[in-house]
Ligand binder design. Structure first.
Ligand code: EPU
Length: 430
């Protein structure tokens, strides 16, 4: 397994480009199941999750062609409706194949995604929404199986104990666009990635009102056609670079950003005492390395994103006082806490709260990445820590950040990927 070695303490300076959002791209790839015409996506990042999704789609009869950063997906064969455990278990987002399959093929068998290190991640709302549209849904042998003679629009309340569901909304949307009549999704997720899926579906011929609001009204159409689309920039990647710039006392312009997607992040950084200037499609972050404590609660969009909780907690380890972070989306998403403490952070976890008492500095150590965003947090911590930090299991970060080290090095970061010799040998033999 590859690892990162980081010699920290260098302020980051320069400009960095944000890639398109993997969490927007993945459901869009599933939307290619809704038509036999080509769906073309531009600027698709090179990520492990996207490769896995492409593999599953190919098994489902979709030809996926990549040409540089472009991706063309075209359904050629609609016979197989089963997304296998072996692939789906590698990546939870593949569960949003369910809506794409049911929407057009009226048949789907998708493996339950299985356990996840950030906590229990149920799919009851996905099932409830699809059932409401008339699909016969059952869970059998670890698979969710859905069948429908026809899908009929209806009113669906999609809220759960933790608020709205992002991929649940995507699944119900993809089934509703080809249903008969009108579907009203109440408590729909408002996340930019869901909005962007609506934009693509609209380009494909779907009729959706209320995009970006918690009430989506979908007027079903008999057929969709092909379309071309450039997905939105990744707001979580942008936020990660912003925290890295701030925490190292740096000065960085983060480019290719949708500033309107970043309000909670910009506001929080300013409260922490970081200078943040926004303009057009870039954000300039300047920091003198002094940070004020804040209280932070993760919430569905437009609230503070859970996918930046670990990175912000890392920054708060150096604040001048006590900060409280409450995780309201995934109450168990605290795997990074123990690793940050190995670097010298002072954090106490109490249920879904973390109480962070700022320290003067972090010191490099050996740590282990447990999941995508926790690994991003450890990279940020390593960049700011004094001495050398070694992060193992960085395959997690490769799921969601394209070659992050190659984009940090031009900013002055001293970060090196140590490739796994065994993996190199296997790749060379293949
Ligand atoms: N929930 C239910 N029932 C359901 C579905 C969700 O109770 O049927 C609960 C979840 O347990 C959670 C909350 O609702 O407490 C929100 O979960 P949601 O369904 O919105 O999450 P998701 O769609 O599975 C996406 C992102 C996550 C991100 C969350 C929240 C993708 C592929 N994944 O997951 O991204 O954390 O929304 O914003 O879009 C990541 O990128 O690191 C990541 C985990």
């Amino acid at each position: 397994m590859d690892k990162f070695v980081i010699h920290g303490g260098v302020p980051l300076r320069g400009r960095v480009q944000v890639k398109t959002a993997k969490n927007a791209v993945l459901p869009m790839m599933s939307a290619a199941l809704l038509t036999r015409e080509p769906v073309v996506l531009h600027d698709v990042p090179r990520l492990r999750d996207i490769d896995t999704m492409a593999k599953i789609l190919e098994e489902l009869g979709v030809v996926v062609e990549r040409d540089g950063a472009g991706m063309k997906l075209q359904t050629r064969n609609e016979l197989n409706c089963e997304a296998r455990y072996e692939l789906v278990s590698q990546m939870r987002a593949s569960f949003c194949l369910l809506g794409g399959l049911l929407g057009r093929r009226r048949k789907a068998k998708v493996s339950l995604p299985g356990g996840c290190v950030i906590g229990v991640r149920p799919v009851d709302l996905h099932i409830k929404g699809l059932q409401a549209l008339g699909a016969d849904m059952k869970v059998e042998g670890g698979y969710v199986i859905g069948e429908a003679d026809k899908l009929v629009g209806t009113d669906i309340y999609l809220g759960g104990a933790y608020g709205s569901t992002v991929t649940g909304t995507a699944n119900v949307l993809m089934a509703a666009v080809l249903a008969q009549g009108t579907t009203v999704i109440d408590y729909a997720a408002c996340e930019p990635e869901v909005q962007d899926l609506c934009v693509l579906l609209t380009k494909m011929g779907a009729h959706i009102e209320g995009i970006g609001s918690p009430r989506l009204v979908v007027h079903g159409v008999p057929e969709l056609h092909g379309a071309e689309h450039t997905p939105i920039p990744d707001r979580i990647e942008a936020g990660t670079f912003m925290v890295a710039a701030a925490m190292t006392g740096g000065d960085v312009v983060v480019e290719n950003v949708r500033v309107d997607h970043m309000s909670a992040v910009v506001e929080t950084l300013r409260h922490i005492g970081v200078t943040v200037l926004t303009n057009g499609n870039w954000i300039h972050v300047h920091s003198d390395g002094a940070f004020k404590p804040v209280d932070l609660v993760t919430l569905p969009y437009p609230g503070f994103p859970t996918d930046l909780q670990a990175q912000f907690m890392t920054l708060l380890t150096l604040a001048d006082g006590i900060s409280v972070v409450q995780e309201k989306i995934y109450p168990d998403r605290f795997m990074h806490v123990a690793e940050l403490m190995r670097l010298g952070a002072n954090i106490r976890k109490e249920g879904n709260f973390a109480i962070i008492k700022g320290v003067d500095r972090l010191n490099g150590a050996k740590v282990m990445a447990s999941d995508l965003r926790a690994s991003a947090a450890l990279v940020v911590a390593g960049l700011a820590a004094e001495g050398t930090t070694e992060i193992s299991r960085i395959y997690h970060i490769d799921r969601g950040y394209e070659e992050i080290e190659k984009r940090l090095i031009p900013l002055g970061a001293r970060i090196e990927r140590i490739r796994d010799q065994k993996r190199i040998a296997i790749e060379e033999a293949a």
